[in-house]
Design a protein. Structure first.
Length: 373
């Protein structure tokens, strides 16, 4: 029987307070990064469009605040136009509709949300390249053969679609993409590439790119976090030992390279950490993934992963949680440093995964499945 430290309930309560207060200003809009104490908004086409609704559903599920439910439903409805104009969509369909429509369906049983989830899954499946066994990233013509580590978090939508239809086609795509990621993205030492490029005609691997990391051979911290959580979810849905091994390899690298306060610099292989920003979002994503990994493996190893997750979350609560002058929950995220976007800023996805991890400690799962009603 695991014991949960008292501070976790305090952290959850503080997060709920922030979300309810922020909802009065944010309403049915789409926050991304915070500047000068307030979240700035992006169009609903942006990949982070689901994280605000995800936060709202996490809180509604526990506290039944109807005002939060109404905002979440309004945000979800705004995404409908994208499902009809699919040219605006990318590989991030899973992020967007898992935390809006699938979350709503899991909490309320909404038939409209179920239909939206199925349509989103169909769009995502349509991005699969059979020759290379990967889901294509982005839409630019020069990126036709690109795949990215982040997409591991999108494929649970496909597993859900197979569960709902009793049709394995979606599942086959999810497994194939996750296998490709394990073979082509994961290095021997447990670090991961952000971008891997394939010939879109033959499927042959061409090379890798640094993407949002420091360089091609470096180790972008959030990329490692996506790998840990994404391969863990791949195992939960498929029970493929290959995916569990990949998740544990990525976790070993991440944990072995953390600084003393358990929150990584934005890349694990910087020439120097002097003045380098941290990425609290990578820490939060990893903590939530490690809690799932702990449940899967059980025993002493599971206890180890749980303690590591608690250590990371404790640091986020004690050292990275914003005060009341800031609308967001966590400070010191790094969005896209090479593009100078949201560097050393609060990030909506950091807040989401932090609260998701705390919800798990309270006994409630995330929205990534396997799930049913």
């Amino acid at each position: 029987m695991h014991t949960t430290p008292e501070w976790t309930e305090q952290a959850w309560t503080a997060g709920v307070h922030k979300i309810k207060k922020a909802s009065l200003r944010i309403g049915a809009r789409f926050p991304h990064g915070s500047h000068a104490g307030e979240y700035q908004f992006v169009p609903p086409v942006y990949w982070t469009a689901g994280f605000w609704t995800g936060l709202l559903w996490l809180v509604y599920r526990e506290h039944r605040d109807e005002e939060l439910r109404t905002i979440a439903e309004d945000c979800e409805a705004q995404l409908d136009a994208l499902l009809q104009d699919y040219s605006m969509l990318s590989h991030d369909i899973g992020f967007m509709w898992t935390l809006s429509s699938l979350a709503q369906w899991q909490v309320t049983g909404s038939g409209d949300s179920h239909r939206r989830g199925m349509l989103a899954a169909s769009h995502l499946a349509g991005r699969f390249n059979r020759q290379g066994n990967f889901i294509r990233a982005w839409n630019q013509p020069e990126r036709t053969g690109w795949a990215i580590i982040d997409c591991l978090m999108n494929v649970p939508l496909l597993y859900w679609a197979s569960e709902q239809t009793n049709d394995p086609r979606f599942r086959h795509i999810a497994i194939a993409h996750t296998q490709t990621a394990a073979k082509q993205f994961l290095r021997v030492d447990g670090s991961v590439h952000h971008v891997v490029c394939f010939d879109p005609q033959t499927g042959e691997r061409i090379g890798a790119l640094g993407g949002q990391g420091y360089a091609e051979g470096s180790a972008w911290a959030r990329g490692s976090a996506w790998g840990i959580y994404g391969w863990t979810l791949g195992y939960r849905h498929s029970r493929s030992r290959e995916f569990l091994d990949a998740a544990e390899s990525a976790a070993a690298f991440f944990l072995a390279n953390l600084p003393e306060d358990r929150v990584p610099y934005w890349d694990f292989r910087l020439p120097s950490n002097d003045g380098a920003p941290r990425d609290s979002s990578a820490a939060a994503i990893t903590a939530s993934g490690l809690l799932d990994l702990a449940d899967i493996v059980g025993g002493d190893k599971g206890g180890y992963y749980r303690e590591q997750a608690l250590s990371i979350l404790s640091s986020l609560y004690n050292l990275y949680q914003a005060d009341d002058s800031e609308e967001a929950i966590l400070l010191h995220g790094t969005g896209n440093l090479p593009m100078n976007q949201n560097v050393d800023r609060p990030l909506i996805y950091g807040d989401y995964y932090y609260m998701e991890a705390l919800a798990k400690l309270k006994g409630s799962p995330g929205f990534w499945g396997p799930c049913s009603r």
